[in-house]
Ligand binder design. Structure first.
Ligand code: UDP
Length: 235
C-alpha cells in the first residue's frame, strides 16, 4: 500500500512528556513514545519533531516575570525536553540531531534548514528546540513553521485525546468528535487544538494537521504505516 506521508513533523507538547503528572519529565512515558517513533522511523518515514515546554514553564501564563523574559525561560525548557528525547531515542538505536533556535553550541546545532533536510535524508530524526527563538510565539506555531521549512507533508499534533471535539471532552460528556475540520472552521471555532498563527501557516502552505492520541500504543504506526484514519484532520 502506498503511504500517504513520507516526511512528517511531529509536535509533542511538554505535557505529554510529563506523563500522568503535569510537571517535569516522566521517563517511562517518554520511552513509550520514543519506541513508537523509532518503529516508524525504521520503516523509512522521515521524522522531525518540535517539542514544547509546558511541563517546565509556560511563559505566557507566568505573571511574576516579565512576559518576554518568561518566554525565553519557556524556550530553554523546550531544550531540556529535546535533550531528554534525544537521549531516549539514541538509546533505542535511533540517530538524532537537536537543532536549537537559540544558539547553544555545546549541546545542539543551530537551526539550519538545509542541514536539517540533509539529516532527514540520512535517516536521522531532527528535534527542533527553543521554539522560534523569539518571545510571543508558541511551539505550535514553531511546528507549523518548521513543517513548512522542511517540506513536511503532514503536521502530526500529538495529544492526550483522540482527535478534535466540538467542545472539551474532559468537561462535557456530550462532546462530539469531528473527524475532519477545514482550516477556516478550525480558526473560526477557535478550537484549542492549536493557535491561530499555527493554523494559518499550515493553511498557507497546504500542510494537513492530524490530531491524534499518542499515548495509545501503536497509534503512530496505524497512522503512518497502516494508513488508518485515526484522530482528526484539519486540511
Ligand atoms: N515560547 C516562545 N517562543 C516560541 C516558542 C515557545 O516564547 O517560539 C515559550 C512560551 O513562553 C511558551 C513556552 O516557550 O509558553 C513553552 O512552549 P509551549 O507553551 O508552546 O509548549 P507546550 O504547550 O507545547 O508544552
Amino acid at each position: 500500500m502506498e503511504r500517504k506521508y513520507s516526511r512528517v513533523l511531529l509536535k509533542l507538547s511538554g505535557e505529554i512528556l510529563a506523563g500522568e503528572g503535569h510537571f517535569g519529565l516522566d521517563y517511562e512515558a517518554i520511552r513509550g513514545i520514543c519506541e513508537q517513533i523509532v518503529e516508524v522511523a525504521g520503516e523509512g518515514i522521515a521524522i522531525s519533531m518540535v517539542v514544547g515546554g509546558g511541563n517546565i514553564i509556560r511563559g505566557a501564563q507566568t505573571t511574576s516575570i516579565e512576559r518576554a523574559q518568561a518566554d525565553y525561560m519557556g524556550m530553554l525548557g523546550t531544550v531540556i525536553n529535546a535533550l531528554a528525547l534525544q537521549d531516549t531515542l539514541e538509546r533505542l538505536g535511533q540517530p538524532t540531531r537537536v537543532q536549537s533556535a537559540i544558539e547553544m553550541r555545546q549541546i545542539a546545532e543551530t537551526v539550519i534548514r538545509r542541514r536539517a533536510i540533509r539529516h532527514l535524508e540520512k535517516g536521522r530524526i531532527v528535534i527542533f528546540a527553543a521554539g522560534t527563538g523569539s518571545p510571543y510565539f508558541s511551539t505550535d506555531t514553531t511546528a507549523a513553521l518548521r513543517a513548512s521549512e522542511i517540506g513536511a507533508d503532514c503536521l502530526l499534533k500529538a495529544t492526550k485525546v483522540d482527535g478534535i471535539y466540538d467542545k472539551d471532552p474532559a468537561k462535557y460528556s456530550d462532546a462530539v468528535k469531528l473527524p475532519h475540520v477545514s482550516y477556516m472552521d478550525a480558526l473560526q471555532m477557535q478550537l484549542k487544538v492549536m493557535d491561530a498563527a499555527a493554523f494559518s501557516l499550515c493553511q498557507e502552505n497546504k500542510i494537513p494537521i492530524v490530531v491524534f492520541d499518542v499515548l495509545k500504543k501503536g497509534n503512530l504506526r496505524r497512522l503512518l504505516i497502516d494508513g488508518e484514519n485515526i484522530g482528526s484532520m484539519v486540511s
